[in-house]
Design a protein around this ligand. Structure first.
Ligand code: GTP
Ligand code: MG
Length: 149
């Protein structure tokens, strides 16, 4: 099964949306394989968003990510990278469809509650960056009720 990196950003934590986000991924049928609430340093946030370092909003983005604790998670499931992005919704919350996390809970692009890996390759890199200690190995007993095996 595929894995993706999902992060609840500081605004999502402050606004009490941790349970809401986890609930949506759980109820979909994905498995939580790793999770921690942490404050990251500026250099770490810069590494996570290194691909965007030339963007004019990069400084503000890094300040946003270090402004409070985030919840870093690894989720596992069939096509969880692309489907996770669908649950997250469009980058600009005003363009995000209702029913998506950003569409339901956010307004500004610079306060869009959640991050999701945009490719299998980036998911692999992000999981290695955020969870160098490794991740849990487990599978739900409900597996055959969610996946046609
Ligand atoms: P992530 O899941 O956080 O990676 O978002 P994304 O993949 O939907 O968008 P992208 O990787 O292009 O940008 C990363 C983050 O930078 C976004 O989630 C926004 O928080 C922020 N961002 C992107 N574009 C803009 C912008 O034009 N202005 C501002 N202020 N922030 C932006
Ligand atoms: Mg991105």
């Amino acid at each position: 099964l595929e894995q993706t990196f999902i992060m609840i950003k500081p605004d999502g934590v402050q606004r009490g949306l941790i349970g809401e986000v986890i609930g949506r991924f759980e109820k979909k049928g994905f498995y939580l394989k790793a999770m921690k609430l942490i404050n990251v340093e500026k250099s770490f946030a810069e590494k996570h968003y290194a691909d965007l370092s030339s963007k004019p909003f990069f400084g503000g983005l890094v300040e946003y990510i270090v402004s409070g604790p985030v919840v870093a998670m690894v989720w596992e499931g069939k096509q969880v990278v692309s489907t996770g992005r669908k649950l997250v919704g469009a980058t600009n919350p005003l363009a995000a469809e209702p029913g998506t996390i950003r569409g339901d809970f956010a307004v500004d692009i610079g306060r869009n509650v959640i991050h999701g890996s945009d490719s299998v390759e980036n998911a692999r890199k992000e999981i290695a960056l955020w969870f160098p200690e490794g991740i849990a190995e487990w599978r739900s007993n409900q597996h055959p009720w969610i996946y046609e095996v």
